[in-house]
Design a protein around this ligand. Structure first.
Ligand code: ZN
Length: 438
């Protein structure tokens, strides 16, 4: 099966629900950049895809960084004088600052307050906070509930362990005819957060599952990594292999109902940038294009100057641009199966462009070939829009001169790539066009 057949046959409605159900299953797990939560997440993903798991020991140098100690947590709470849990990790894993050091103590109200984080502007949401590289402890709490903490002292417990262990990530390669690769990278280090983290995991896993059944030109590499340190670790262990990456996307924030946003690679006009922008331009929905910035997700590692890989990021509302970002309101109600399904479709459309772009030669370049006598006008009925299909055929014939590939033609014609690709395939079938380069 080719990618275009996959696009035509996929039941996006059903797959949207599959992705959502995976998010529901992964939601309660307390993930961080290391630890059992990451491994449990990979255990669940391995049921659907053939992931290889890599474990890199704490203390390993990865470029300018060092793999930190592994963090695991069993429980955490703050109790009042009556022994009631006024903050309870068992109720939400966001209540504990990630990588909190263990503590068991009775503290004054003032001391407790110095360790609490809340969001006065959203008093019913729990913020998400981490402290990976500075050892400290803390809790996150709804601002409304923080204001009710009026007792003199509180008992505090964080039953966590920071010890030598591993950084764990999952990797999968689907080989294509070529060693040239398309990279899909998502982060797996956030606890109960749906759009940031889980939506990217669900979409990436679904892509890996679907593309395993496709006859591919490119090899496709899927990385499920803890953010920042995971991508740095992968790049430091795969410097040579990384050079095979011809196109890449960081997958995140694909489950909310916001408009699509493509963040360009550092190069700005790489094939992936053109393909993603083209797909969004013809998708029929509102979208936004942003230039590269050295901030955000792991594109900042892939696009660091020593690598400068053509890796962009295709999201819906980007990280930091929705109020629920990094709070307990990025929950199961914030993402929806239909949004996930639509995002998956956009990703497959981008892959269609990357897979099917190529240069063709017009076999009848002196004046237009007579399309009628070859029955080509009759075939137009097979297209969604016959008039557009006819224009696509004329554009493909006119620009297949050795200098233009199909995406160039689609851009110049202002016609969606799928129609241009379909027209080219039809002309090849009638001997009017020949493929010259991938
Ligand atoms: Zn995040």
């Amino acid at each position: 099966m080719k990618i275009e057949e996959l696009l035509a046959r996929t039941d996006f409605n059903a797959i949207g629900h599959e992705m959502y159900n995976l998010i529901v299953e992964l939601y309660p797990i307390c993930r961080s950049i290391t630890g059992d939560g990451v491994r449990s997440t990979l255990d669940i993903l391995e049921r659907g895809i053939d992931l290889a798991r890599e474990q890199v020991p704490s203390g390993t140098r990865v470029f300018d960084w060092t793999i930190p100690k592994e963090w695991n947590i069993a429980d955490a709470w703050v109790k009042n004088a009556a022994g009631e849990r006024v903050i309870d990790f068992k109720r939400s894993n966001l209540h504990v600052v990630q990588y909190s050091t263990p503590i068991r103590a009775t503290v004054s109200r003032a001391e407790l307050m110095a360790h609490l984080h809340s969001l006065p502007e959203h008093p019913q949401w729990i913020p998400y906070r981490s402290s990976y590289y500075a050892e400290r402890w803390g809790f996150c709490i709804e601002h409304d509930r923080l204001q009710q903490l009026n007792e003199e002292t509180y008992e505090v417990c964080i039953d966590s362990i920071l010890s030598d262990g591993h950084l764990t990530y999952g990797e999968l390669v689907i080989p294509g005819a070529s060693e040239d690769e398309i990279l899909f990278s998502c982060h797996i280090c956030h606890p109960s957060l749906c759009n940031d983290n889980l939506s990217g995991i669900a979409l990436t896993a679904q892509l890996a599952r679907l593309l395993a059944g496709v006859e591919l030109h490119h090899s496709c590499r899927f990385l499920f990594l803890p953010g920042t340190i995971g991508a740095i670790t992968w790049l430091s262990r795969n410097e040579t292999r990384a050079q095979r990456i011809r196109h890449g996307l960081v997958v995140a924030c694909v489950g909310d109902n916001g408009k699509f946003c493509y963040k360009r690679s550092r190069r700005g006009s790489a094939m992936i940038d053109r393909a993603a922008e083209h797909v969004l331009r013809h998708a029929g929905t509102d979208f936004e294009i942003r230039d590269f910035t050295p901030y955000g997700y792991d594109e900042r590692q892939y696009c660091s100057p020593g690598f400068d890989l053509p890796v962009g990021s295709l999201t819906r509302t980007p990280n930091g641009f929705y109020p629920q970002y990094h709070t307990s309101a990025d929950d199961l109600d914030f993402v929806a199966p239909t949004n996930l399904a639509q995002s998956l479709r956009r990703y497959l459309e981008v892959i269609d462009v990357l897979e099917n772009d190529g240069g063709y030669a017009n076999m009848n370049p002196k004046c237009e070939p007579q399309l009628g006598k070859r029955g080509l006008y009759r075939t137009l009925g097979g297209f969604a829009d016959a008039e557009r299909a006819q224009m696509a055929m004329l554009w493909v014939l006119n620009l297949s001169d050795g200098d233009h590939h199909l995406l160039d033609i689609a851009e110049r014609a202002g016609i969606d790539f799928a129609t241009i690709r379909q027209a080219a395939q039809l002309l090849v079938g009638h001997g009017l066009l020949e493929k010259r380069s991938a």
